[in-house]
Write a protein that binds this ligand. Structure first.
Ligand code: PEP
Ligand code: MG
Length: 579
């Protein structure tokens, strides 16, 4: 039995046979083979090396024009490994000694080397671990080739164990078969984690080297509440977790029963609960869980799921389908937030050195006007179908907002010219996700109908902590005093300018932050649909006076740890089952 503690990113418990996948969804089977099969597997491994070398040589020759030393160096490192006789011998020996498939021998050997590199303190050497994983993928691609099994077509329930999952991979997971997720890499508000929470799949990330502790087919327990994973549990542990799982399900059913009840505090203050979605098909889950509309539709997932750029009609159909679910209730469509950990880097041969500070989000759209205008046309066309609103992400200053609004007006004029109907008075809002936007909120508020505070990015940019990096996850907290001061400023400025305000970052899905947010003056939350009942239950158990007192107390505290501990205990008093 092996127990590991990571970062809990999506609640729930699951127990199942594990499926180890790599970054490209390859399954790595540890199938045992008979003695007569060994030579065949050795030959398969040799062929894979040969083909990988040919592939790399081809790729290298195509790069002749590119003056990128960096790329050439990477190729050279990969080539050296692929030609290394001792590496091949190690793999061949493993096939003979342990009677395993070529895939398993390649994967085990290269992961051992990568793990060794990771432990070395020298950053240059430890970074080489990524090269080793790359080489592993190249070889597995050769070995599995057309036999590559599609994780989208599973026939039995599994828990997925991976080194790192991208938002796209996670979004493609089939909820009926994938019951849990464990990943070596990642943080609480990385987009893969957000998708897992939306899908309601229990998940733990930041497990460092869990992939090395398991083999495909091992039983694994994922405890998404406490951030624990257990490989090869003993019978007593399985029984204990089955009982815990049963209790958790009972609590979920109890909470689902308040679906039809309003989100109103004990002293009668009405709170609006909206849902965050990534795909149109998730819209109905918001209604099922008792939500009242969409507060954040992350439309970039249209790109992440597609082979090629979606056309205007595809955008339109997605928005029309979503608007139809909500009729006259709000549907806030956020324009493309591509870049950073979503889409653009995968397609760049030379990646941006600091993608989270780079050409992401509205900046990407303002540089790719055709892409941006295509989406704006589709949103405007869908605006006649319901209460559709437009929201721009990552606005950092007034000029950027003005430029963005000008483009929106250009698109409106184009539609006028073509006599295409749209809602001329469509509400236009922005996300407040950077310290610069928060500090100039009073000015920005004059030119928009609403703000939505994106605490995931606001926290990362305020504290200079990568939201998806498990190595700095203990420094990442939306209730750090610095972040809270910015949040309070934005709320006050929105109230002063009398514009609508909501919070759509992951804080809105966290039970322990609800009282604080209400106490700071927030009356609208947008969150992961599976969390709506629990958050509603808290709202229905408190008074605004209690919440104001909580906020006052928190604002008088100087340390994040003190704030977190206090909020946890205050919430435990109103909803003990949440902990
Ligand atoms: C945020 O940054 O808080 C947010 C809601 O946007 P995303 O998580 O998609 O970056
Ligand atoms: Mg964001």
């Amino acid at each position: 039995m092996e127990i590991k503690k990571g970062i809990a990113v999506s609640p729930g418990i699951s127990i199942g046979k594990c499926l180890v996948i790599d970054a490209e969804d390859y399954r790595i089977p540890r199938r045992l083979i008979g003695p007569s099969q060994r030579m065949i597997e050795v030959q398969r491994a040799r062929n894979a090396f040969r083909s990988a070398i040919e592939e790399l040589t081809d790729l290298e020759s195509q790069q002749d024009q590119v003056e990128q030393r960096q790329i050439k160096d990477i190729f050279a490192v990969h080539m050296r490994f692929l030609r290394d006789k001792s590496l091949r011998k190690h793999i061949t020996d493993l096939i003979h000694a342990e009677s395993v498939t070529a895939e398993s021998a390649v994967s085990t050997t290269l992961r051992e080397i990568a793990a060794h590199f990771t432990q070395i303190k020298d950053a240059y050497i430890s970074d080489r671990a990524d090269d080793i994983y790359d080489i592993e993928r190249r070889l597995l691609r050769q070995l599995l080739g057309s036999k590559r099994e599609d994780i989208g077509h599973l026939t039995e329930e599994v828990v997925v164990v991976a080194r790192q999952l991208s938002p796209t991979q996670t979004a493609a997971f089939n909820r009926d078969f994938i019951k849990g997720i464990a990943a070596d890499v990642g943080g609480r508000t990385g987009h893969a984690a957000i998708v897992a929470r939306s899908l309601g799949i229990p998940a733990v990330v930041g497990l460092e080297d869990f992939t090395e502790a398991v083999n495909g087919g091992d039983t694994v327990i994922i405890d998404g509440n406490r951030g624990i994973v257990i490989a090869k549990p003993d019978e007593a542990t399985v029984a204990e977790y089955e009982a815990y799982m049963h209790e958790f399900l009972k609590m979920e059913q109890r909470l689902d029963a308040i679906r039809e009840k309003p989100a109103v505090t004990r002293d009668g203050v009405r709170i609006t609960l909206l849902g965050n979605i990534e795909f149109p098909h998730e819209a109905s889950a918001i209604l099922e869980k008792g939500g009242e509309g969409i507060g954040l539709y992350r439309t970039e997932f249209l790109y992440l799921a597609a082979e090629q750029e979606p056309a205007e009609q595809e955008h339109y159909e997605a928005y029309a389908q979503t608007a139809a679910v909500f009729e006259h209730r709000p549907v806030i469509i956020r324009t493309l937030d591509l870049g950073a950990d979503k889409y653009t880097q995968d397609r760049l041969f030379v990646k941006e050195p600091n993608p989270f500070l780079g050409l992401r989000s509205i900046r990407f759209c303002l540089r790719n006007l055709t892409v941006f205008k295509t989406q704006l046309r589709a949103i405007l066309r869908a605006s006649v179908l319901g209460d559709v609103k437009i929201m721009f992400p990552l606005i950092t200053n007034v000029q950027e907002l003005m430029q963005t609004k000008m483009i929106l007006h250009d698109v409106m004029e184009d539609l006028d010219d073509e006599s295409i109907p749209y809602n001329r008075d469509i509400d236009v809002g922005i996300m407040i996700e950077t310290p610069s936007a928060a500090l100039t909120a009073a000015t920005l508020a004059r030119d928009v109908d609403f703000f939505s505070i994106g605490t995931n990015d606001l926290t990362q940019y305020t504290l200079a902590v990568d939201r998806g990096n498990e190595m700095v996850s203990t420094l990442y907290s939306p209730v750090d005093p610095a972040v809270l001061r910015l949040i309070r400023t934005v709320i006050q400025d929105a109230h002063k300018e009398q514009i609508d305000l909501s919070v759509c970052g992951e804080v809105a899905s966290e039970p322990e932050y609800v009282m604080l947010l209400l106490g700071l003056g927030v009356r609208k939350l947008s969150l992961a649909p599976p969390m709506i009942p629990e958050i509603k239950q808290i709202i229905r158990s408190v008074t605004i006076e209690d919440c104001n007192a909580v906020a006052r107390k928190v604002l008088s505290m100087n340390s994040e740890r003190q704030i977190s501990t206090y909020l946890r205990s205050a919430t435990r008093e109103v909803l003990p089952e949440a902990f």
